[in-house]
Design a protein around this ligand. Structure first.
Ligand SMILES: Cc1cc2nc3c(=O)[nH]c(=O)nc-3n(C[C@H](O)[C@H](O)[C@H](O)COP(=O)(O)O)c2cc1C
Length: 190
């Protein structure tokens, strides 16, 4: 973050594609700090409706294999499967952020899933703030019953809110277009 103020950081924060994430990746001690920061999210009902699965090689390669095997068994497009598996192949450190909703709670499922999503963004931001970078991906694997069972031993309504890949950025990704504030903002004055 260097000499950036927190506001400057938030104004320029960004992801780095997993193919541009290299070693070194956070060690366990640093990762615990990043996860602690990522878990500090707004949470209606204080349900903590998310879980972290920390994956290093070769556990990440197992997800690549499952993507190819399960995807093929379901007749998915082979070219897309190769690309989706390659993201796991490129990754050195992946945190699967799982939704862990409480069904006996009056808090709507969508709000619990939103809290899990906040943890994904916070993890990407925490990584960048600590001098690393992150990339939040999903794909069909995030909600597919076969993949969730084989990969994580979970079933709906649990799912993957995000595969958050972490590492050291190799170069600067091009800035992507950002929303036109005036096109998305209505100032309601009375
Ligand atoms: C819920 C969610 C799922 C995403 N899944 C994918 C994905 O599967 N593949 C992909 O290329 N990008 C995916 N993205 C987008 C990437 O995270 C993208 O790099 C990101 O929007 C970059 O924005 P940033 O630079 O503002 O962080 C996803 C984003 C979100 C919020």
């Amino acid at each position: 973050m260097d000499s950036q103020t927190p506001f400057e950081f938030l104004s320029h924060r960004h992801s780095v594609p997993v193919r541009m994430l290299a070693d070194p990746v956070p060690d366990d001690a640093v990762l615990r700090q990043l996860l602690t920061a990522a878990a500090r999210v707004p949470d209606h009902g204080k349900l903590v409706p998310f879980r972290f699965h920390v994956l290093r090689k070769p556990a990440i390669d197992r997800l690549a294999r499952l993507t190819l095997e399960i995807g093929a068994s379901q007749g998915r497009d082979p070219d897309k499967l190769v690309k989706q598996a390659a993201a796991f192949g490129d990754a050195r450190l992946t945190v699967a952020v799982l939704t862990h909703p409480r069904q006996d709670s009056p808090i709507p499922l969508i709000e619990q899933e939103q809290t899990a999503a906040l943890a994904c963004l916070s993890l990407v931001n925490a990584a960048q703030a600590a001098g690393f970078a992150g990339h939040w991906l999903t794909g069909w694997m995030a909600r597919d019953a076969d993949f969730l069972r084989a990969g994580f031993g979970i079933a709906a309504p649990e799912a993957v809110a995000g595969f958050v890949h972490l590492g050291t950025p190799r170069g600067h990704p091009p800035e992507r277009p950002r929303p036109d504030l005036d096109a998305i903002t209505t100032w309601v004055l009375e």
